[in-house]
Design a binder for this molecule. Structure first.
Ligand SMILES: [Zn+2]
Length: 149
């Protein structure tokens, strides 16, 4: 059976996330959009490294999965581990699939897979907020310790 040529070719799109972490919240904006093939993304590593060295505000990457897979691929794991090892700090991997954004946190280059964060929302104008409830819980524990007995 012949394949129809009407199927729209979909490509992954990728942005660099610039922002900061504030307790359990990650605030970022998407910058520097790039487009890759159906299952890969063309990064601009020179720009990312230059940005991190000059401003130190690269907190991760945002990309789409046109195929709809909600979680990171093996390639995503490898890519994120390489960036985390290179920058020496945790980085976010945000994946948009079927209109939903999921957030994964890569803590170091030894961890095989990212940690799924509690919530993530894409707001207008490319603003992204992610929430890490593990961080909130550890802060509450610290607060409890500081209360005088
Ligand atoms: Zn991916």
């Amino acid at each position: 059976m012949a394949r129809t040529s009407t199927k729209k070719l979909k490509h992954e799109r990728c942005w660099t996330l610039l922002g900061r972490r504030q307790g359990p919240f990650w605030h970022a904006c998407r910058r520097r959009p790039t487009q890759g093939g159906p299952a890969s993304v063309a990064f601009d590593p020179a720009w990312v490294i230059e940005r991190e060295e000059s401003r130190g505000d690269v907190i991760g990457f945002y990309h789409t999965h046109p195929g709809g897979m909600p979680g990171p691929s093996q390639r995503d794991h490898r890519t994120m581990r390489a960036w985390v090892g290179s920058f020496g700090k945790p980085l976010l991997c945000l994946i948009e699939a079927d209109g939903v954004v999921n957030a994964y946190l890569y803590v170091d280059d030894e961890v095989d897979e990212g940690i799924a964060l509690t919530a993530c929302e894409l707001l207008p104008r490319g603003i992204v907020v992610a929430y890490d409830s593990r961080e909130a819980n550890s802060q509450e524990a610290n607060d409890d310790q500081q209360v005088p007995a």
